[in-house]
Design a protein around this ligand. Structure first.
Ligand code: SAH
Length: 455
C-alpha cells in the first residue's frame, strides 16, 4: 500500500469512537478510515503509513450498508457534530454497546456482568446546551453560525435545522446570524486574531423551559448589544428567556472563556430539575448536556453504589454536585471535589436550595484535595473528564481502601486504561452498564461498579 494512492475496500467494523477498519483485497491489515459504517464499500486515499498500519481519508461511499438510512439531519454530510445520523437509533445503540465491550473485555480480569446499553429517552432535541461558533463556510463567504465543518479546523457550517437541539435553539441561532449579517459585524478570525463575534452559547432547562443565551465576543469593537437582545426578546419561543448575556473573551485559544460578562436582560443563571432536585446552573459551569439522559445515568449510578445508609461517600469530579445531591438523602454524608470554582459555588447553593445539610463541596484538583479531606470515605464515585483520572490520583483513591467504587466514564478508552491500574490496586469489576446520552454522535457513557477483592 502506498501513501497518497486511492484504494477500495469493505468496512469490517467500526471501533470507538469513529474508526472504521477497512479490508482491502490482497492486503493483510485493515486500513483505518473515519466516518464510515460497517459493510459499506468505500473509496479512500491513504494518508499515513506507520509501522505497517495505514490510515486513509474517505473519498466516497461506493455501496451503502444494508443498515444505513437517509440521514436524519439535512446538515449531516457537512457538519462535524454528528457521525451516526444515517443509522437507525437501535443500530447506533448496538454499535456503541459493542464498541465499549470490545474495549473493556481485554482489560477486565475475571468474570463480570456486561449489562448492555440504555438508550436516551429522547433520540432528537435532547441537548440542553449548545456552543455555536461564528465564522464562514468558505473563505471570505457570508457570516455563518453553527458547527465546525466535518474534518475542518476553520470552516463553520450553518446548522439552522440541527436535530439534537429543539426549535427554540434553532430560532435563536438563525435570528442571531441574520441580525449580525445585516449589521455587517465581522467574526473573530482564529488565525489572524482579529474580528469580534466568537460564540453563541445557548442553554435551556429541558424540564423548566428556562433559556439562557450568551454572546461571546472580543473587545475589538466597542458595541452595545441591546438591539440584538431585542431581536431575541421578540422571538416566539416555547421556553422562557430568563437571561441574555454578553461575555468578552480576548484569549487566542478557541474555547469559550469568561473575561467579563454583562447582563443585558434578566439574570446570569437558570434552573434545571433532575430526579426531583433543582439545580442552579451558571453560564460556564458543567452540567450533563442531556437532562433526561442524565436521569437514566444517575439512576444507574445510584443503583450500582447500592446501600448508602449511614455511609460517607466521596463524589470526585463533582461538577455542580448533581450525583452528590442525588445520593445525599440516604447517606450519612457526601463530599464533592471539583476543580472549577464557579461549579463548586453552584453546588453549594444547590445543596441549600434542595435543603440538603450533609453535603460538603471542595474546590481544587482531586489529586491534591483528597490529601486534605478529614472525612474517610466508605464509598467512592468517580466521574472524571474525558482524559480520565491522573495516575497519581488513582493511587491515592485506592489507598482509601473503600469496599465499592462506581466509575462513571464519558470516554471508554480512558476507562479501559484506568481499570488496569484500579485492578492492579486490588479492585475487581463487578458490572458495567452503558448509557447513551448523545444520540447521533460517537459518544457514550459507561458506568462501572468495582469492589475490593478480599485478601
Ligand atoms: N459529576 C458531575 C461532573 C462530571 S464532568 C456531573 O455528573 O455533572 C467532570 C468534572 O470534572 C467537570 O466538572 C470538570 O470541571 C471536573 N474536573 C476536571 N479535572 C479535574 C480535577 N483534576 N480535579 C477535580 N475536578 C476536575
Amino acid at each position: 500500500m502506498k501513501k497518497k494512492e486511492i484504494y477500495n475496500g469493505i468496512v469490517e467494523s467500526v471501533e470507538f469512537p469513529n474508526k472504521g477498519r477497512v479490508i482491502v483485497e490482497g492486503e493483510e491489515k485493515p486500513v483505518l478510515v473515519k466516518n464510515v459504517l460497517k459493510d459499506q464499500e468505500v473509496e479512500f486515499r491513504v494518508l499515513k503509513m506507520r509501522k505497517g498500519k495505514a490510515e486513509g481519508r474517505l473519498l466516497q461511499v461506493t455501496k451503502n450498508s444494508p443498515i444505513e438510512i437517509e440521514p436524519q439531519c439535512q446538515h449531516f454530510n457537512s457538519c462535524g457534530g454528528c457521525s451516526y445520523q444515517n443509522l437507525p437509533y437501535e443500530e447506533q445503540l448496538k454499535l456503541k454497546e459493542s464498541q465499549v465491550k470490545e474495549l473493556l473485555d481485554p482489560v477486565i480480569r475475571g468474570e463480570y456482568l456486561f449489562e448492555g446499553i440504555k438508550g436516551s429517552p429522547r433520540e432528537r432535541e435532547y441537548r440542553n446546551k449548545m456552543e455555536f461558533s461564528f465564522g464562514d463556510e468558505i473563505k471570505d463567504g457570508p457570516l455563518s453560525l453553527g458547527m465546525h465543518k466535518r474534518g475542518s479546523f476553520h470552516d463553520i457550517v450553518n446548522v439552522d435545522a440541527c436535530q439534537i437541539v429543539d426549535e427554540d435553539f434553532r430560532k435563536i441561532l438563525t435570528a442571531t446570524r441574520e441580525y449580525f449579517t445585516e449589521e455587517k459585524v465581522p467574526f473573530y478570525h482564529r488565525m489572524k486574531h482579529t474580528g469580534y463575534l466568537r460564540h453563541l452559547l445557548v442553554r435551556k432547562g429541558i424540564k423548566t423551559g428556562d433559556i439562557l443565551v450568551d454572546l461571546i465576543t472580543t473587545s475589538q469593537i466597542n458595541r452595545q448589544e441591546d438591539a440584538w437582545k431585542e431581536v431575541l426578546l421578540s422571538l416566539e419561543l416555547k421556553g422562557n428567556l430568563v437571561g441574555v448575556l454578553h461575555t468578552i473573551n480576548d484569549s487566542v485559544a478557541d474555547v469559550v472563556k469568561d473575561e467579563g460578562t454583562t447582563i443585558l436582560q434578566g439574570q446570569d443563571y437558570f434552573y434545571e430539575e433532575l430526579l426531583g432536585l433543582n439545580f442552579k446552573i451558571t453560564p460556564f459551569s458543567f452540567f450533563q448536556t442531556n437532562s433526561l439522559g442524565a436521569e437514566v445515568l444517575y439512576d444507574v449510578t445510584r443503583e450500582y453504589i447500592g446501600d448508602t445508609q449511614g455511609k460517607v461517600i466521596f463524589d470526585l469530579y463533582s461538577g455542580t454536585g448533581t450525583i452528590a445531591q442525588i445520593l445525599s438523602p440516604v447517606a450519612e454524608k457526601v463530599v464533592g471535589v471539583e476543580i472549577v470554582e464557579e461549579a463548586v459555588e453552584a453546588a453549594k447553593e444547590n445543596g441549600v436550595l434542595n435543603k440538603l445539610t450533609n453535603c460538603d463541596f471542595w474546590a481544587g484538583d482531586v489529586l491534591k484535595v483528597i490529601d486534605e479531606l478529614e472525612d474517610k470515605p466508605d464509598l467512592i464515585i468517580l466521574d472524571p473528564p474525558r482524559d480520565g483520572i491522573h495516575p497519581k490520583a488513582i493511587g491515592k483513591i485506592i489507598n482509601f481502601g473503600v469496599d465499592k467504587m462506581v466509575y462513571v466514564s464519558c470516554k471508554p478508552t480512558s476507562l479501559a486504561r484506568d481499570l488496569v491500574a484500579l485492578q492492579a490496586g486490588g479492585y475487581q469489576v463487578e458490572k458495567v452498564q452503558c448509557v447513551d446520552m448523545f444520540p447521533g454522535t460517537v459518544h457514550v457513557e459507561t458506568v462501572c461498579l468495582m469492589s475490593k477483592v478480599s485478601e
